[in-house]
Write a protein that binds this ligand. Structure first.
Ligand code: NAD
Length: 354
């Protein structure tokens, strides 16, 4: 088993990565929640038939009483209506302040269950069991939890760190290729912003079979990069911004496709290519680097360009959380494996994107 410790003073926790871990989650959760009697397992309609029985067995074996809360799959579940239904169901189940909420699923389940855990009874313990690649390398680590509002994605949320993150890479075997590729966009991002050797490693092993043969190394490397960034900036006030490489323009592409045409990972992939080219135009990124990013993303079946008009760019940049007044912080690559944050006027960025 590979273990990473996230050092956040009283909110510190471990990430455990091991094939077959799903059948041992009970003993790991018992270590961090010694007093809990009831666990509310939040999952979705796709994950429930695949993994909930195994998780329930392990939890019950460790002496927990379990309640299963399976909502619909997909981004639509991350809404106020489902959150309210979850609160009511947890109260009906009899959850108390010494009990805990377990998220079993992808980033949608993690964000919804985490926000429910942070708010029910003014906050109960929370455990992440991420089952998508994106959730394992990104959303389950760092403590951001949220739901979507009609006004935009992730607009109601908070920071609520888990007590432990339990990753079983074998759960990735049941992902379809598109969802697997989606998560790979975030994996490539880590290489770009923080680890040139890791980027080169991915270039040599881009097929799903090769990636899965090295999956523990990949998960560990990504989570370790996120760990070092989150430890320096738990509440996302500065340094953590580099994790958004490719995301500002990615959000424009998601918006251009009305959140239906392009998945988040596809939009981030094209956003990283555009940000790399932008960096060359601004004299920050060396020539030739965008082509390296494009070659890897193509090998991973991810798009390297998405059409977007000036109006959509303006709308996405206007609502970007990294913007203050007339300025926006863009994440650029000084070289492969090193990101910098550059503050620039929004109008100048829009001009560069023409
Ligand atoms: P998701 O949770 O919708 O999962 C994608 C699909 O895979 C779903 O249909 C799900 O049912 C299915 N699935 C999950 N695990 C499976 C498995 N092992 N086998 C087969 N099918 C499985 O999407 P996602 O890509 O995991 O997460 C996206 C969400 O994460 C977005 O809402 C995004 O805002 C959020 N996010 C949060 C953070 C954060 O820091 N909190 C960071 C990045 C993304």
């Amino acid at each position: 088993m590979k273990t990473l410790h996230i050092d956040l003073a009283q909110r510190s926790y471990d990430i455990h990565i091991a094939p077959g871990l799903l059948s041992r989650v009970g003993e790991e959760i018992r270590k961090v929640c010694p007093k809990a009697q009831r666990l509310a397992i939040v999952t979705d309609a796709n994950v429930e038939p695949l993994y909930s029985a195994q998780v329930e067995d392990s939890l019950e074996h460790a002496g927990f009483d379990t309640g299963l809360f399976a909502g619909p799959a997909g981004e639509g579940a991350k809404c106020a209506t489902h959150l309210a239904a979850l609160w009511e169901a947890m109260m009906h189940y009899g959850l108390t302040r010494t009990d805990a909420v377990v998220a079993l699923g992808g980033g949608v389940v993690g964000d919804l269950a985490g926000f429910a855990a942070a708010t029910i009874l003014r906050g109960v313990d929370f455990i992440q069991i991420p089952t998508t690649l994106l959730a394992q390398v990104d959303s389950s680590v760092g403590g951001k939890v949220a739901i979507d509002l009609a006004a935009g994605k992730n607009l109601a949320g908070c920071f609520w760190q888990p007590k432990v993150v339990l990753m079983d890479p074998e759960t990735l075997n049941t992902l379809d290729d598109k969802t697997f590729s989606d998560g790979m966009a975030e994996v490539v991002k880590y290489g770009c912003i923080a680890d040139r050797e890791f980027f080169d490693f991915l270039c040599v092993h881009p097929s799903r079979a090769e990636l899965m043969a090295n999956i523990e190394h990949i998960l560990y490397t990504c989570c370790n990069i996120k760990r070092s960034v989150v430890e320096k900036d738990e509440l996302d006030t500065g340094k953590r911004m580099i994790l958004n490489f490719g995301h500002t323009l990615g959000h424009a592409y998601e918006l251009a496709g009305n959140y239906e045409t392009w998945t988040h990972g596809q939009a981030v992939a094209a956003g990283m290519c555009a940000a790399a080219k932008l960096g060359v135009g601004l004299g920050v990124t060396p020539a030739g680097l965008p082509e390296r990013v494009e070659t890897l993303l193509k090998a991973l079946a991810l798009p390297t360009h998405i059409d977007c008009d000036a109006e959509t760019y303006a709308a996405a940049i206007g609502r970007d959380k990294k913007g203050t007044g007339g300025d926006i912080s863009v994440i650029l690559l000084e070289e492969m494996g090193r990101a910098v944050v550059k503050k620039m006027p929004k109008a100048e960025l829009l001009e560069e994107l023409r």
